[in-house]
Design a protein around this ligand. Sequence first.
Ligand SMILES: C[S@@+](CC[C@H](N)C(=O)[O-])C[C@H]1O[C@@H](n2cnc3c(N)ncnc32)[C@H](O)[C@@H]1O
Length: 539
Amino acid sequence: MSDQQRPREDSRRDAAGRQRNRGRSGPKQHSRSAPSQRARRADPARLTAFRVLRAVSRDDAYANLTLPAEIRRARLNRRDASFATELTYGALRAQGTYDAIIEASIDRRLKDLDFPVLDVLRLGAHQLLSMRVEDHAAVSETVALVRQEIGAGPSGFVNAVLRRIAEHSWDEWVERLLADSPQDSAAADRALGLQYAHPRWVVRALRQALRLAGRTHAEDPSGAQEELLQMLASDNAAPEVHLVGLPGIGEQRVEEACTAGAQRSALVEDAAVFRGGDVGRLSGVREGELRVQDIGSQWIARALAAAFTPETVDPDVAGERWLDLCAGPGGKAALLGALAADHQAHLVANEPAEHRAELVRQALSVLPGESYQVRVGDGRTIGATIGEEPDGAAEAGLFDRILVDAPCTGLGALRRRPESRWRRSVKDLGELTVLQEQLLDAAVGVLAPGGLLAYVTCSPHPAETVAQVEDVQRRHPQLQLLDAHEAMAAVATAEGAELMQPAVGSPSTVQLWPHVHGTDAMFFALLYRPHDPQPRNNP
Ligand SMILES: C[S@@+](CC[C@H](N)C(=O)[O-])C[C@H]1O[C@@H](n2cnc3c(N)ncnc32)[C@H](O)[C@@H]1O
């Protein structure tokens, strides 16, 4: 990875990435243990990273959920926590490239390694190739970790492999790996995949998505390549933390956050960007009136709530029934629900998984109880059951505004979930696109005449985005595709609306990009169901 992408080493760690002045209580700063014993004790930050990697590969855990718990368990200070975070996230993000490097450094197949040994090698490789940790420290500290956590047996092997890895830089390794791979039609994607640590199918999908969104043009191959490189690099950078003050409840908490170091967002109203570390220290966040939410999600929820239909003469949404079909864990539902409550509309938030429905309930708990309902059920069968449910708001069984924030590959949020790019496969894509199709059909089935349907994914993959929209229009020819850029621009600030200008040749759907909008790569399409034509009276 490039120097710019490397983390700044923390000042209380020496150039070896080893904690300085640990145990400040004594007058001298020397450890009382002998060097050999010291070397056997694992550094707590590295141990924390190792525990997270183990949970990810052994239990399919999510690093972004496991890491904070492990940091608390190890009682790491802020600097050690940031070292552990960079080590964990970096090793997971670049896992595919590190695995290729490790495999080229051993005399057996990667799959023949024990998982704990492989995880520790990934951590060592990241320190050696992408962090400002001196080689000898990266090796000795990683070997100490092996001794403590795995046993003395593999420590010699790990030591030897890490020394081999240390013989070359990241760029040199990539060059060596590419020299050994076939020069076929996939060579360009393979090269980018190794250099930017993305699976090849994801590189291919992003290239195609950028082109379909009108961001790159066949006649400008160097511009297209540059745009793709920026997109790939943005997946390897930590996202900014965006905040929103829930409408009617928490707008004033944005100002409060700004006095605590946040900066008001230039892109959307009642929102802020927070670069001050732990958002949990903001009282508005603790009390649920201020939410952490990507600007892209904010734009989308606000755009659906405020969108005009071609037949709208009165933009008043009072009395409307809204549905969030795939609501868990409730991020967009909270903003939609607050907007609904603020404008006397009603929201049904549907989620099939009970534990995620519980998160939706928590997310909505600051809203007036009569303004929403949380429903546990499969969105695909909502049409068959909703009309029979003993609920006033949904009694007609039809909704005026529906959000289908569909389950997807999540390829637009790779920067948030470091391990996810290596977990997903083209096979998942096949299953997810069928589910997306069924959810869209179910949503169309409960869309009131004159109603609006927002189809959203946190993925730019064309099969999950533009292809789904084309297909649903083919299956339901009465649907009209509205200009989603216009709907988004209407709820953005002037600066945000400027960013929303559709690229030349792009469709009426919106594709957001981290390297352009600073948001996740979310997709947003707005569909409209016209009123049924009045039956003609026979003369
Ligand atoms: C992309 S997430 C939604 C994120 C949510 N809108 C938010 O902003 O927090 C997709 C959700 O769809 C749910 N889901 C999966 N299968 C579903 C189905 N058959 N019907 C409805 N929702 C489903 C998942 O459990 C997941 O919570």
